[in-house]
Design a binder for this molecule. Sequence first.
Ligand code: 5GP
Ligand code: MN
Length: 345
Amino acid sequence: MKFEFPADKISAIRSLLSQPKKIVITTHHRPDGDAIGSCLALYHFLVSDGHELSVITPDEAPDFLKWLPGSRQVICHDKNVQPSETKVKEAEIIFCLDFNRLDRLDKLSDAVSKSKAKKILIDHHLDPETSFDFIFSHPESCATCELIYYFITALDNAKVISKSVAACIYTGIMTDTQSFRFSNMTADTHRVIANLIEARVENHVIHENVYDSYSEHRLRLLGYCINNKLKVLKEYKTAFITLSKEELDRFHFASGDSEGFVNYALAIDGIRLAGFFMELDGIIKISLRSKGNFSVKEMAEKYFEGGGHKNAAGGQSELLMEATVEKFITTLKHYSKELNACGLT
Ligand code: 5GP
Ligand code: MN
């Protein structure tokens, strides 16, 4: 599937960008590969045009994304509150990438919502808020990075896609599709990837940087999760893993170490729903994944103050771990019929 960016909106943005502007590019808190990839791809695309550009994230990206070109330019709001809020206040344009509601910016959301800048949303989550001046929302797209590809080629088809732009877009598509495996990874998305490889992206190096750069602690934590912490509830076609703060400390947990753990629970034959619960900053952070028709987005929104996509969503709980798991199991009881009827697509 190719994604359309209406000509009238693109020409309005092209004229906004025709003079050097103060631009902020931002994304959701706890940024992942698609979030950081889309911000840095757009940064590299615009940087040669003389704009005053800042990439500002609510908090830091995990270490396995730090090799991305431009990473060192990223300003984390939580560590630079005043300078980043001043930039947001003075910005003339704010690009909001890979999220659908301003509250996904966490402590940065106030400053962005108060800013007088033109706000441009490019995203692939369902149901975007309407508080943006331009909305490019394509929930059928596998990654915001795929949309960034269409956006920049619509803006300036003549501009050569640099190796840096290509690396950032490739990383976002690769990480949001678990290495190109989902049904939203269409022939056209593969064509985008082919164009990136033609733009000299070093695909094998990116896979190595992201998937073969974990710490020994992370691997041992994964082993512990699978051996000691995985619970399988066959009656609900569900499997889940919990990790307390004490366990995280024991394995010297660093941000990003638990990336992908939830997918191991989903890899068991017959399992349709997987959960991962982790005690972080005094709350329980929840990751949910599903196969087939079962919507974890709905479950996350309704019961865990979260959201996301049909098959990948997240949320949180302010209850203790035990009570959170109890609530999760009670929730499974509500969905028992659906989970058991749920076929694979
Ligand atoms: P993850 O489980 O990898 O943290 O997130 C999976 C998906 O759910 C991502 O698309 C992410 O944007 C979304 N998501 C994760 N946590 C939250 C949350 O607390 N609120 C909302 N609205 N979406 C979330
Ligand atoms: Mn995404």
